[in-house]
Write a protein that binds this ligand. Structure first.
Ligand code: PMP
Length: 426
């Protein structure tokens, strides 16, 4: 028995499902998850001493590769001054400045500890500011696990076939309206049905929790216009896309200005961090200035801020995103070429450093229904064929795939060779 399997067995006795976040459990692909000992650059190393080229990147934060020396050093320095003070520190403003510079629509910013907190708080703020209860989300989009957002959710909820979670009272979810991604008519219809009642739209600007689905031309602009027309707020959830799709996030890439933005992952450099921010007049509705309450014992934690600042400084270099987009494009095209060679029907979507592949007969994948046409049996087989060859992919057909700056030519070529051998066996 592998050491990973042994540890997984032990974990299951004390931790539900043996994991602290469901999709880690390999439940949909089957088998025992790898237990990781360490990671460096493009590689993760499991407790059995095997190395893997990693395309999960801790689900997004590791855009500069694992264990980046500048981030590690920043953390070590911060730790030497103490772990938490529960009082303001200078670095919180410096991080806010850095975020504002990269995303100017974020005029004011509040730090939290996860993406879930960021979206949950942004929704509360939008409701408080507009005095309206309802909001619109899209089927297959995931915005963390707050009660009102676990409605037709993506990511692990979808992977486990639970897009609507048990334990969420129908009364809590009844103000959550769901529309179809890339379908403006479905959004307009909801505004028509609920006039003057919709506080906000929350959207993943590139959907990354039903695999990877980019917005169709005009979709995000259309949401902006609908929000303006109905005095609702547009919340762009850039927890995944922020500083990954482009230097200024998806809002810069697609040239759309939200009222509020939510962030996570990269802004913590691997530490637990989230943030939300946007229009100053809206953000000033937050306590202690305004009536919308939101707080956190460890929010703006100095060690997390140090890691985040180092990460943000690294990704501020424009060339980083050119390199990341090139690497992703090369990998995406390589996947398409190998699929054609082996007569496998495959759709590959890619935007900047975010991508995804679908074993589907459809010619394109633009919404949740398309994403569900992904042949999950084929996906699982492919996943394990790649894992055996030392390539660590996301263990779900509903997750996006990430490269980092540490993924160099050698890693991409090795990955595509493994794809070639895997496709030959499908
Ligand atoms: N929003 C989006 C778009 C996400 O991808 C995620 C997590 N993958 C979240 C929110 C929730 O973030 P967290 O897991 O940090 O709570």
């Amino acid at each position: 028995m592998s050491r990973s399997s042994e540890l997984f067995q032990q974990a299951q006795a004390l931790i539900p499902g043996g994991v602290n976040s469901p999709v880690r459990a390999f439940k949909s692909v089957g088998g025992s998850p790898l237990f990781i000992e360490r990671a460096d650059g493009a590689y993760i190393y499991d407790v059995d001493g095997r190395a893997y080229i990693d395309y999960v990147g801790s689900w997004g934060p590791m855009i500069m590769g694992h264990n980046h020396p500048a981030i590690r050093q920043a953390v070590i320095e911060a730790v030497s001054h103490g772990l938490s003070f529960g009082a303001p520190t200078a670095i919180e403003t410096i991080v806010a400045e850095q975020i504002h510079k990269l995303m100017p629509s974020m005029q004011k910013i509040r730090m939290v500890n996860s993406g879930t907190e960021a979206t949950m708080s942004a929704i509360r703020l939008a409701r408080g500011f507009t005095g309206r209860d309802k909001f619109i989300k899209f089927e297959g989009c995931y915005h963390g696990h707050a009660d009102t957002l676990l409605v037709k959710a993506g990511s692990g909820a979808l992977t486990l076939g639970e897009p609507d979670s048990a334990g969420v009272p129908a009364d809590f979810a009844r103000h959550t309206l769901t529309a179809t991604y890339n379908d403006l008519n479905s959004v307009a219809a909801l505004f028509a049905q609920h006039p003057g009642q919709i506080a906000a739209i929350i959207v993943e600007p590139v959907a990354g929790n039903m695999n990877c689905i980019p917005p169709q031309p005009g979709f995000l602009q259309g949401l902006r216009e609908l929000c303006d027309q109905h005095q609702s707020l547009l919340i762009i959830d850039e927890v995944m896309t922020g500083f990954r799709v482009a230097r200024g996030g998806a809002q810069a890439y697609y040239n759309v200005t939200p009222d509020l933005t939510t962030l996570g992952k990269i802004i913590g450099g691997g530490m637990p961090v989230g943030a939300f921010g946007g229009r100053a007049d809206v953000m000033d509705y937050l306590a202690p200035n305004g009536p919308v309450y939101q707080a956190g014992t460890l929010s703006g934690n100095p060690v997390a801020m140090a890691a985040g600042l180092a990460s943000l400084r690294l990704i501020s270099d424009e060339n980083i995103h050119k390199q990341l987009a090139q690497t992703s494009a090369q990998l995406a095209q390589g996947l398409r070429d190998k699929a054609a060679k082996h007569s496998i029907s495959l759709v590959v979507n890619q935007v900047g450093a975010m991508m995804g592949y679908f074993f589907t007969e459809r010619s394109e994948v633009t919404c949740f229904a398309d994403a569900c046409s992904n042949d999950s049996q084929r996906f699982n087989q492919f996943f394990h064929l790649m894992l055996e060859q030392g390539i660590y992919l996301a263990p779900s057909p509903f997750e996006a795939m990430f490269v980092s700056t540490a993924h160099q030519q050698g890693e991409i070529e090795a990955t595509l060779e493994a794809v070639d051998r895997a496709f030959a066996q499908l």
